[in-house]
Design a protein around this ligand. Structure first.
Ligand code: ADP
Ligand code: MG
Length: 323
């Protein structure tokens, strides 16, 4: 039983970055306006997330962790199914099965908070304590009880890079939330959370990108296309600085990318890949959700129409500044 829980946890908790993603999404779900993320040793030794969200009611703290992961897993097929279901309600249970977790949480209405300590999925301690409103969760020694998983990880600095990419993309997707991100005690970036995407981009990438950023702001047929595009002033000639969100979800899509890059190339003298952050808001029913959920890819019912709209949005942006 214990073994099965660990195997299942390994399926959903692939690496430090997947823990960070799940925990930040929980903070976002809790309505937080401030989220602090801290990692040490690539997130393997420590992941700490603090939010000012609504917290968890005293009576619900244990329930939040101890969802019946195991009752859903009876064979390998079920294990696969959990992944395809998007493992809703499984994140905390999975994380605490393969690490040492401490959580301190308090709701606004309660005078005191709860501190709970869980090791390898087992509750070791639970006490009432003083705490600020919101939730702090500390994940230590990831995969300490699953050596095979630990071995599979890349170097701490590589794992830290993967975590950074996740935190960056979440900070860009939620420009109204203030993110602070620390790696090995050093602040990597902090965003204001003032609802301004440009400010968030500058907080992440610094002044280098500022001078050549062009604003994208277009709407047609109830499809909104917003964001910024510019020369890649940040380093290598690759697509590392291209961020695309559809309805708030980070995705990759060849059609949209082609539209963006084609317009960019017709206006720019640079032969590098452009830097961009683009957000598309559209009716989810026009998107084919029948793609693998762990691969951040989507299909559109009408690919040509999306290409046309994105192309036009970009052309608009370039034409406006050219005139
Ligand atoms: P899910 O997010 O799919 O419900 P999780 O295992 O990630 O499953 O979390 C379980 C529950 O714990 C959540 O539904 C939520 O009620 C509670 N929870 C987790 N993290 C937080 C948080 N940072 N703030 C408030 N509640 C939280
Ligand atoms: Mg969750």
């Amino acid at each position: 039983d214990d073994l099965i829980t660990k195997i299942a946890a390994g399926e959903v908790v692939e690496r430090p970055a997947s823990v960070v993603k799940e925990l930040i999404e929980n903070s976002i779900d809790a309505g937080a306006s401030i989220i602090e993320v801290e990692i040490e040793n690539g997130g393997i030794s420590l992941i700490k997330i603090t939010d000012n969200g609504h917290g968890i009611e005293k009576d619900d703290v244990e329930i939040a962790f101890l969802r019946h992961t195991t009752s859903k897993i009876k064979n390998e097929d079920d294990l696969y199914n959990i992944r395809t279901l998007g493992f809703r309600g499984e994140a905390l249970a999975s994380i605490c099965a393969v690490s040492k977790v401490e959580m301190i949480t308090k709701t606004k209405d309660d005078l005191t908070g709860t501190k709970i300590y869980i090791e390898g999925g087992e509750i070791i301690d639970k006490i009432e304590c003083g705490a600020p409103d919101g939730t702090t969760i500390i994940v230590k020694d990831l995969f300490y009880n699953t050596p095979a998983r630990l071995k599979f990880l890349k170097t701490p600095s590589r794992e830290a890079m993967i975590v950074s990419e996740i935190v960056q993309s979440l900070a860009l997707s939620k420009e109204n939330i203030s993110f602070k991100y620390k790696n090995n005690g050093k602040i990597v970036f902090a965003t204001k959370g003032d609802g301004n995407l440009l400010n968030a981009i500058l907080s992440l990438y610094g002044r280098q990108v500022k001078d050549n950023l062009l604003k994208i702001d277009y709407e047609e047929n109830d499809i909104k296309i917003e964001g910024y595009i510019g020369n890649n002033a940040l380093g290598k000639n690759n697509r590392n600085y291209q961020t695309l969100f559809i309805n708030g979800r980070l995705i990759k899509n060849k059609t949209i990318n082609a539209a963006i890059e084609n317009v960019y190339r017709s206006y720019s003298t640079s032969d590098k890949f452009p830097f961009y952050v683009v957000k598309i808001i559209m009716n989810p029913q026009l998107i084919d959700v029948n793609v693998h959920p762990t691969k951040a890819e989507v299909k559109f019912q009408n690919d040509q129409e999306i290409y046309r709209l994105v192309y036009k949005a970009l052309q608009n942006a370039f034409a406006t500044t050219a005139s």
